[in-house]
Design a protein around this ligand. Structure first.
Ligand SMILES: N[C@@H](CCC(=O)N[C@@H](CS)C(=O)NCC(=O)O)C(=O)O
Length: 212
């Protein structure tokens, strides 16, 4: 039994989809962002972030990309990642870390522009820059997806689990993901998977139609 600590529409969405794909028992543990961080949670993850995964033996993993790759490695039968050392695995790393290093921090700039400047008058400019970058970064994701429907062609992987999380975050961004044909096709394919449906429903999101 895994425990996945999460909050609404958070970076836990990718690991949640992966756990559903794998089909292992897990428990979702809600962290209420309107309350102070629980001390027992901070002992698991002192970085004051979700998600955190805890396994049966009490082993702790945080950082959503690390959780996704770890789950894929622990449950190879689910086929969520190609074998280590193969060109396809290298491509998975490349895509996953591109999203983690480029898109995720840019959404942080968009959602929390005040954390990215000491100049109160410059906050709107930080958000405007993030918005500009997001428009460009999704074009690169579109190119990486190519004919898809998933990043690795017909093979669904943890990169797709991660991408659907970013797509949820795009709900407040001005550029609609419908303007990226490969991205939109991937969203529809991922959102139609029973695993993703469970995650979306849990977060109060009404399927692919809710994306923009
Ligand atoms: N790189 C981390 C980011 C985690 C993260 O920023 N989580 C957000 C929720 S999506 C959080 O816990 N934010 C709390 C805060 O920044 O105060 C990951 O992917 O796990």
């Amino acid at each position: 039994m895994y425990q996945l600590f999460y909050t609404w529409k958070s970076a836990a969405m990718g690991p949640h989809v992966a756990l559903e794909e794998i089909g292992v028992p897990y428990e979702l543990k809600f962290i209420d962002f309107d309350q102070p961080w629980p001390e027992d949670y901070l002992r698991l993850n002192p970085h004051r972030k979700v998600p955190t995964l805890v396994d049966d033996a009490g082993n702790i993993t945080y950082q959503s990309t690390a959780i996704l790759l770890h789950l894929a490695d622990c449950h190879p039968e689910a086929g969520l990642a190609p074998a280590p050392g193969t060109p396809q695995r290298a491509r998975l790393y490349q895509i996953l870390f591109f999203m983690a290093e480029m898109l995720q921090p840019t959404y942080q700039m968009h959602f929390y522009p005040e954390r990215h400047t000491t100049d109160v008058a410059g906050i709107d400019g930080v958000d405007a820059k993030a918005t500009e970058w997001l428009t460009d970064l999704w074009a690169r994701i579109d190119a990486l997806l190519g004919d898809g429907p998933y990043f690795l062609g017909e093979a669904f992987s943890v990169a797709d689990c991660y991408m659907i999380m970013l797509a949820v975050w795009n709900q407040s961004h001005h550029t609609s993901l419908r303007s990226y044909p490969n991205v939109w096709r991937a969203i529809e394919a991922i959102a139609a998977r029973p695993s993703t449906m469970v995650m979306l429903e849990h977060n109060g999101i009404d399927g692919a139609a809710a994306f923009r």
